[in-house]
Design a binder for this molecule. Structure first.
Ligand SMILES: C[S@@+](CC[C@H](N)C(=O)[O-])C[C@H]1O[C@@H](n2cnc3c(N)ncnc32)[C@H](O)[C@@H]1O
Length: 243
């Protein structure tokens, strides 16, 4: 009888290959199949980070999203397309695992922090052995590169998706000491307006492609345009106890 393979969710860190952990590198080098998420016609960020660790001649499985930003998340068409994508991706991986092959799913940052991997994990964890290899998160890479300590003393940190409504952003910004606002992209004008309303614009730092090629760091108040890619975030550092 064949022993099933193991599923790995491998955190590849925020971009710089120097932040790939020893465990992540070892798993990627040893797995029979290396899987990665990608947009149509594009290479996934996690796969790019893996270039330095992956070696050559590996068996790879690209998991290509059927939709990304073309359809709104609230549209029923989005839910249906993305659910069947995850079902099919999980089954393709399950076939490899059932045949005894270990599968490493590359994840940008940490697999359990807003990660697509979680949707595969949910579908496969009862059926196969799973190991999650933690990674340096995008926000950790960004505040390190920006030179912005994020929480001091008893500061409370709130992580906010920029996709929230402006009034929700303002409300939550009003009850926290420090914030990280993720998933920026086209939401930057709304985020800027929310920070102004919450009285926090002067403290906000914009980071684009933190630790990756083309990294940009600047105070948000000094950023002249509202252009931001998907791999961008705003940091609002806490001002808690300094000893
Ligand atoms: C779906 S979440 C994935 C988070 C990832 N699993 C992590 O641990 O950071 C994607 C969002 O993370 C943020 N992000 C992740 N890595 C980043 C980086 N290197 N530079 C800027 N933003 C990043 C962006 O806000 C992006 O929209």
């Amino acid at each position: 009888m064949t022993t099933s393979g193991k599923l790995f969710g491998v955190g590849m860190g925020p971009g710089d290959a120097g932040y790939v952990t020893l465990r992540a590198r070892a798993v990627v080098l040893e797995a029979g199949v290396v899987a990665h998420f990608a947009k149509k016609g594009r290479r996934g960020h996690a796969r790019t980070i893996a270039d330095a660790a992956i070696g050559t001649g590996r068996r790879e499985m690209a998991l290509v999203y059927p939709v990304t930003t073309e359809i709104a998340v609230a549209d029923p068409g989005y839910g249906a397309a993305i659910t069947s994508f995850y079902d099919e991706a999980a089954e393709a991986i399950a076939r490899e695992l059932a045949a005894g092959t270990d599968v490493a799913v590359l994840c940008e940052g940490d697999p359990f922090f807003y990660g697509s991997f979680m949707h595969l994990w949910r579908r496969l964890r009862g059926r196969f052995a799973v190991e999650v290899v933690p990674g340096v998160t995008g926000m950790s890479g960004c505040w390190s590169r920006a030179g912005v300590p994020i929480t001091w003393g008893d500061d409370v940190l709130t992580v906010l998706p920029a996709t929230l409504a402006k009034e929700d952003l303002v409300r939550r910004l009003g009850t926290t000491d420090a914030a990280v606002i993720m998933k920026l992209g086209r939401n930057l004008p709304k985020v800027r307006a929310a920070l102004i309303e919450a009285g926090l614009i002067e403290r906000a730092v914009f980071v684009e492609r933190g630790t990756m090629d083309g990294e940009i760091v600047c105070p948000l108040a000094e950023k002249a345009d509202d252009e931001a890619p998907y791999f961008a975030m705003v940091l609002v550092p806490g001002e808690g106890r300094r000893l």
